[in-house]
Design a protein around this ligand. Structure first.
Ligand code: ZN
Length: 347
């Protein structure tokens, strides 16, 4: 049983890694599909991001789905043969934030494929993996495992939309249409947004944004003049969901969002100067959104029942022997949205 292990930037190795012997409440998952996320790309190209750095070899990956191969003696939620989306989030359940129901803010979080703590929490790009029962979320038997592997980033999008309040009938701007931006578009549409404006600097991604529900797509690579109508009367956008992490996009959001409107920040972008006076005078609500909590189960349900079609995001899948090629494609935003590994030929 093999895993994709990163040793240093651009140094991926396939290594033998048998699944751990399951405890009574554990599930052994035979992995089917795994999506490459932006954080995987940061480890691959730069060895990390911000203060989070690789300090030992680590299995990458946290967007995975597979089939249950074995269960511990006390497992009741799933059985052998079930398809599951693996929730990579392992909150402690005991800290102040877990007890308050804010498990994504856990003080002792174990998140698959993350170098945030040391020793690192090993990831899920492996042929077999043992996970706690609570992290193996059943999906419908007829769901493609590649789509099931989108439950994790879709949960991120559902959580972000949940921070924005009721979107019914609203005009919503989504800036940055990478995988998370496109999933936020799908989530905003499900939440009842009436007008969904998508901005990006790549026409290829905007074409996919339109397929996921954007009603107006604007290429801002040459400037934001095409958004001028939205800046009238102090701004006409009710809610902006900022997914690019780009400072100019945030400045534009502050200009376009109406007084008392809401801006949710999902993209990570380092330190930026902020037009404080506009935020104050327009009484804007600015909120961050990080990962997800109970939204993972909702994502699994929405994907299982086909209430949402996320297939426009799929850019191709690679056997794990071709990890370098998969990461190269995933790094090219003009050619790829979401690239997956396939861990068994059954997928
Ligand atoms: Zn906790």
């Amino acid at each position: 049983m093999r895993a994709i292990v990163i040793h240093a930037p651009h140094d991926l190795r396939l290594e033998s890694m048998p699944a751990a012997t399951p405890g009574p409440r554990d599930v052994v998952v035979q992995m089917g599909a795994g999506g490459i996320c932006g954080s995987d790309l940061h480890y691959f190209h730069q060895g990390g991001f911000g203060v989070v750095r690789l300090r030992e070899p680590m299995v990458l990956g946290h967007e995975v789905a597979g089939t249950v191969k074995a269960v511990g003696t006390e497992v009741t939620a799933v059985k052998v043969g079930d398809k599951v989306a693996v929730n990579p989030s392992g909150p402690c359940g005991e800290c102040e934030y877990c007890r308050r129901g804010l498990r994504n803010q856990c003080l002792d979080m174990r998140f698959f494929g993350s170098a945030m703590r040391f020793p690192h929490v090993q990831g899920a790009f492996r042929e077999e993996m043992t996970v706690p029962e609570a992290q193996a979320v059943k999906v419908a038997d007829d769901v493609d495992l590649t789509l099931a592997a989108l439950c994790e980033p879709f949960a991120v999008a559902l959580h972000a939309v949940a921070q924005a309040g009721d979107l019914t009938g609203k005009t919503v701007l989504i800036s940055g249409c990478g995988p998370i931006g496109c999933l936020v578009i799908a989530a905003a549409k499900l939440a009842g947004a009436e007008t969904i404006i998508a901005t990006d600097i790549a026409p290829e991604t905007l074409a996919i944004a339109a397929r996921l529900g954007a009603t107006r797509c604007v290429d801002v690579s040459g400037g934001t003049e095409a958004l001028a109508d939205l800046a009238q009367d102090k701004g006409r956008v009710d809610v902006t969901l900022e997914c690019s992490g780009n400072g100019r996009a945030l400045t534009s959001a502050i200009e376009l969002t109406r007084p008392r409107g809401t801006i949710v920040l999902i993209g990570l972008g380092g330190e930026l100067p902020l037009p404080m006076n506009a935020i104050v005078a327009k009484e804007l609500n600015i909120a961050g959104s990080f990962r997800f909590d109970e939204e993972f189960a909702r994502a699994a349900e929405l994907v299982s029942t086909r209430q949402v079609d996320l297939s426009p995001l799929l850019s191709g899948s690679f056997p794990i022997e071709e990890a370098d090629a998969a990461f190269a494609l995933a790094s090219d935003r003009r050619r790829a949205m979401k690239v997956h590994f396939r861990f068994s030929e059954a997928v």
